[in-house]
Design a protein around this ligand. Structure first.
Ligand code: KG4
Ligand code: ZN
Length: 346
């Protein structure tokens, strides 16, 4: 019945969680507000904020779980991928604690943890399952045969789905991160108002950079006949007016296209593998259009679909804790000289 303390610090969330025998007792997340004014995460500032947050966040997680530090059997941390300075803070803290408590250290791959977030709830998928992991940095379709055996079937060749949301939101003049705002305005709009092109990428890989460019040209032409061409007919003022007057329809149409790109590939992956247990994970799985689209598609295709609760969709230590729990059961521990890595092999 292991109790795991987990730490997540790969990007701009400092998070700690306690998991006892596969049940999450606490999941504390401190979101760094400092980046908002810069329109994206500033790595140097992220590291500093992690340094400030990590002690209170861990204290809070332990207290909320109602346990004592001496009850902890293993310490899990995000080893990769992520911002190196940010990862170093969590890794060093986890190592120090492992040394002080004389407990094993467990290194967790952030993207595998997003997938295994689907095992947190009692209503969980059975193996094998497919997971569409969509975040600000990644877009992947993963075949998960067991907590220790996962395979990437397809991934983005350029921007991630979250980046597609955030970058187009920026073109609309919305603040970072724009994904949730596109979602919000899309609720009032017509998803078929503007038809953005779907990229033709073979297999199960994704591409979003062409979509972003077509939206850029569309806006620079203020929705005129030359929608996706590099002929800029609109003045700055006309472009702004067009966006103001049509924001809901533009957001709904962008969201509709991103969601259709994601779900069409998921259908392909399900057909290729014959798997009907289908999950989504990562920050973009908070998107209401994607959640609704997945449910509807699941009903149509005879899939069982799973979406983690919101707090386990965006970056969080709960998913690191559940992954750490399975690694603990498998005796898969890290040495104390392990180093974090910005990029990571699967
Ligand atoms: O997984 P995550 O919290 O962080 C990593 O990138 O690892 O994902 C963050 C991404 C951002 O791009 C954000 O805009 C997007 O998830 N996101 C959304 C929504 N909520 C978060 N995108 C669309 N609709 C949402 N409701
Ligand atoms: Zn993430």
């Amino acid at each position: 019945m292991p109790t795991i303390l987990a730490i997540e610090s790969s990007c701009d969330e400092t998070s700690a969680s306690i998991c006892k025998d596969g049940v999450i007792l606490s999941n504390i997340i401190a979101t760094q507000k400092v980046h908002e004014q810069y329109g994206g995460v500033v790595p140097e500032l992220a590291s500093r904020a992690h340094m400030q947050n990590i002690v209170p966040v861990v204290d809070n997680a332990v207290e909320k779980a109602g346990i004592d530090l001496k009850d902890i059997d293993g310490i899990a941390f995000t080893q990769a991928p992520g911002l190196i300075g940010a990862l170093l803070v969590g890794a060093q803290f986890a190592k120090s604690l492992a040394l002080a408590l004389d407990k094993p250290l467990i290194a967790v791959h952030h993207m595998q943890a997003h997938v295994l977030a689907n095992l947190i709830e009692t209503d969980k998928p059975s193996f094998p399952f497919l997971c569409l992991t969509v975040s600000g940095g990644h877009t992947q379709i993963v075949l998960c045969n067991s907590p220790q055996d996962m395979k990437i079937l397809g991934e983005t060749i350029d921007d991630a789905a979250g980046e597609a949301f955030d970058k187009t939101a920026k073109l609309l003049g919305l603040p970072y991160p724009g994904g949730p705002l596109i979602d919000k305005y899309a609720k009032e709009g017509n998803p078929l108002a503007y038809k953005f092109p779907e990229p033709k990428i073979p297999g199960l890989n994704f591409s979003f950079s062409g979509l972003k460019t077509s939206i850029l040209y569309f806006l620079q032409n203020a929705g005129t006949a030359n929608v996706f061409k590099e002929i800029f007919t609109a003045t700055e003022a006309e472009r702004k007016k067009f966006i103001d007057e049509n924001l809901a329809d533009i957001c709904a149409s962008i969201q509709h296209r991103i969601v259709s790109i994601l779900l069409n590939k998921l259908v392909k992956a399900a057909e290729q593998t014959g798997v009907k247990e289908i999950c989504i994970a990562g920050g973009v799985s908070a998107n209401s259009g994607l959640r609704k689209g997945l449910k509807e598609l699941g009903d149509k295709m005879g899939w069982q679909t799973y979406i983690p609760p919101f707090e386990f969709c965006t970056d969080n230590a709960g998913m690191i804790a559940i992954t750490g729990y399975y690694k603990y059961l498998a005796g898969n521990f890290a040495e104390l000289d392990i180093i974090p890595s910005a990029r990571a092999e699967w």
